[in-house]
Design a protein. Structure first.
Length: 704
């Protein structure tokens, strides 16, 4: 759950970020994020006729709004519903199996679904969170205004800077102009806007129109690109000016000073400062507009003497002083698992990437890692080949493949994802390029169903096609257009790659010369443009061709580093298809596959690894680990990955038990004991992957 903050009817123009349409089955209204390709369904007892309405009727920002006539709205189970009066005061919050009855009055209703959606209607109103559906009902049919806002963020402007570190300091000091608040609520992802873009030029030019907050906080740094790169996300989050200084330190009004030259080194000290301030802001913000029982607050208050109520209204300097008095070790195990660590080479050609890295609120490090000889990667393939006896004679290579770069394993971090912006081919991290970020930023709104394109260019690999045909488009409540192609010619493949689609799943052969077709090869480096947003190239040595697809317009994809055995590639393809179809981002999908597959280390991500093909049902991508206990009991651990819809700082409330508190979305929930019946009931609420006995299951068959 997170806070956020005009109208067309069912044929909303594709130029709008948010639109509305009628469901293909049943009655109701589909709310669409046309940029992020998310859908949220409001079910009604009878068909509705949406008409445009004034979005200014809503107290929070909306991109589009319509009005409908209905007496009942059904939502997906576990949709959190917040009801406020006309003044904005919270009247009720309903989540798991709760019920609220409200009398006459005008209500503003916030729905935490796949698309941020708001309702405005008159009571009496009843909100009933039933096990399989959340229902909003009125005494009689009435006009309900429906507003929505896209989670897509566009930078307000572009800052020009030279590669002089002093100019870069001034440029990144303006990033905090994108913050929608400097209160603790900035820890909510939708209150952190995308920083302005950077462009290298002959002189520094920061547009006067940028409203940079005056927070009284500054970060003093030696004037080097490496220092500036590492400190930029922290400066953005705190609204701090970055200025030259003899030694790195954080300074705030009221005499607060925190040195970054400590025993852990500069980079780790900055990382700790970012995580500490962000986490404690999440704790303190529970005194604000979303007063929820937060597990992390309860635990922090039991361990420390933090004055949450007093700090909510304190100045930034006072909060920082109080935050840094708490020993880091007292809260380290409570910190949310950070979404991303980005290893960025401190070079002039990477300066323009800083807004994108900062928008992810990434931990930034200068690149360090261990070089991995190509022979070791190939040796792993040989081991897999010898272990496999089902189809050991088939690999997905049609010719020769030669590694074009050095393999490198980045230094380990505790983040969910790692991105590598430097030389070499990363193992265990996304190879991120400027093109990937720009392509995502320039993504145009698109109407219609979610497009899935499957290409199989080898008849011996049809087994994987059968699997993905069963998986893609199998989600209830989402509309898909699955288009399959077989044994394409060069011209046909070029045409298919140019067609707009949300996701491309390629099955076949790839080598140094490109994609194999029935009449030759297509080298992706010769393509002027591609129409897919994301892709999965399940073929040997597809890394270079995947990078070329990103340069030609794609946002990100999953590729292979070397040869892969056909039967094992089919298994990886099956699991990845289900994860992507379930709303997992690209990099998070691979993390789960590595639990289940011995060959997943042969796969990696190029471009933006945080991209999701479709939305998850609950906003975050969830999997559970289940362990047997005696007496028919099971121990369950609940893991959530952040997505574009629910970034770091969002809240979750796992439906494991009725008394569950809220958690920060990327915090794991471990050691919950359930009976078999309770576990079955939980797994019936949403189809999520379950790890049991080191294997991935998608239903409750492991209980049989």
């Amino acid at each position: 759950m997170e806070p956020t903050g005009e109208g067309e009817r069912a044929d909303t123009s594709s130029t709008l970020e948010v639109g509305f349409s009628l469901p293909s089955d049943g009655a109701g209204l589909v709310v669409r994020d046309n940029v992020e390709r998310h859908q949220f369904v409001l079910r009604t007892p009878s068909p509705v006729d949406p008409e445009p309405t004034d979005s200014s009727r809503f107290s929070l920002p909306t991109d589009a709004a319509v009005r409908i006539e209905t007496g009942r709205i059904g939502l997906a189970a576990n949709t959190v519903v917040c009801v406020r009066d006309e003044a904005g005061s919270m009247l009720a919050q309903v989540d798991q199996q709760g019920r609220e009855e409200l009398g006459a009055g005008t209500y503003s209703i916030e729905l935490f679904g796949a698309v941020k959606t708001y309702l405005r209607a008159d009571g009496p109103l009843t909100v009933d969170a039933q096990p399989l559906e959340t229902v909003l009902s009125f005494e009689e049919p009435q006009t309900v205004s429906v507003g929505a806002r896209s989670s897509h963020e566009s930078p307000a402007t572009t800052i020009t800077t030279t590669d002089d570190p002093l100019d870069v300091m001034a440029a990144v000091s303006a990033f905090s102009s994108a913050l929608k608040t400097t209160s603790v609520e900035r820890s909510y992802p939708t209150l952190r806007g995308h920083p302005p873009l950077l462009e290298l030029g002959d002189e520094l030019d920061v547009p006067d129109a940028l409203d940079v907050p005056e927070t009284g906080v500054r970060i003093e740094l030696p004037p080097t690109l490496s220092h500036v790169f590492v400190a930029t996300p922290l400066a953005y989050y705190l609204g701090a000016r970055v200025v030259p200084g003899d030694s790195p330190r954080l300074v705030a009004e009221g005499g607060f000073v925190h040195d970054f030259d400590g025993p852990h080194g500069f980079e780790e000290a900055v990382e700790r400062a970012l995580k500490r301030t962000f986490f404690l802001d999440c704790v303190v913000r529970t005194e604000g507009i979303y007063d929820v029982p937060l597990h992390e607050r309860q635990t922090v208050e039991s361990r420390t003497d933090i004055d949450v109520e007093g700090l909510y209204d304190a100045s930034l300097g006072e909060r920082l002083s109080a935050y840094f008095e708490i020993p880091y070790e007292d809260i380290a195990d409570l910190l949310p698992e950070w979404k991303l660590t980005t290893h960025v080479a401190p070079r002039a050609d990477n300066i323009e990437l800083l807004p994108f890295v900062t928008n992810d609120l990434a931990v930034v490090r200068t690149p360090s890692g261990t070089e991995v000889p190509h022979s070791e990667v190939q040796a792993a393939v040989v081991d897999d080949f010898l272990r496999d006896d089902a189809d050991a004679g088939t690999v997905r290579s049609a010719g020769t493949t030669t590694p074009s770069e050095t393999y490198v394993k980045p230094s380990s971090t505790d983040s969910v994802e790692q991105a590598w912006i430097s030389d070499g081919t990363p193992v265990g991290a996304s190879k991120t390029t400027p093109a990937a970020y720009r392509n995502r930023l320039q993504r145009e709104p698109t109407q219609g169903d979610i497009g899935i394109t499957v290409v199989c260019n080898d008849p011996e690999m049809l087994a994987e096609t059968d699997i993905v045909d069963e998986v893609y488009g199998s989600r209830d409540g989402l509309s898909f257009d699955v288009d399959a192609h077989y044994d394409l010619s060069r011209a046909e493949l070029r045409a298919t790659l140019a067609e707009p689609t949300d996701f491309l799943h390629y099955i076949g052969h790839i080598d140094d010369d490109g994609f194999q077709c029935r009449d030759g090869k297509v080298d992706a480096e010769t393509l002027d443009t591609v129409g897919t947003g994301a892709f999965f190239l399940n073929a040997c040595q597809s890394y270079d061709q995947g990078l070329a697809l990103v340069e030609a317009g794609a946002i990100g994809g999953i590729v292979t580093f070397s040869e892969v055995i056909n039967s094992q590639a089919v298994g990886v393809g099956r699991t990845l298809a289900r994860l992507l179809n379930g709303g997992f981002p690209l990099q998070a999908s691979l993390e789960v596959v590595r639990i289940d597959s011995d060959v997943a280390h042969q796969y990696g991500v190029v471009g933006d690894g945080s991209l999701s093909v479709v939305q998850s049902e609950s906003g975050v991508a969830v999997y559970c680990e289940v362990f047997d206990k005696s007496g028919g009991q099971f121990e369950v651990s609940y893991h959530a990955f952040n997505t574009s819809r629910a970034g770091i700082g969002s809240l979750i409330r796992p439906a494991l038990t009725d008394s569950m508190p809220y958690y920060l979305s990327s915090s794991g929930v471990s050691n919950t004991d359930l009976t078999e019946d309770e576990l079955r009931d939980f797994l019936s609420l949403e189809q999520i992957p379950v790890i049991y006995d080191d294997a991935v299951y998608w239903d409750r068959e492991f209980l049989s």
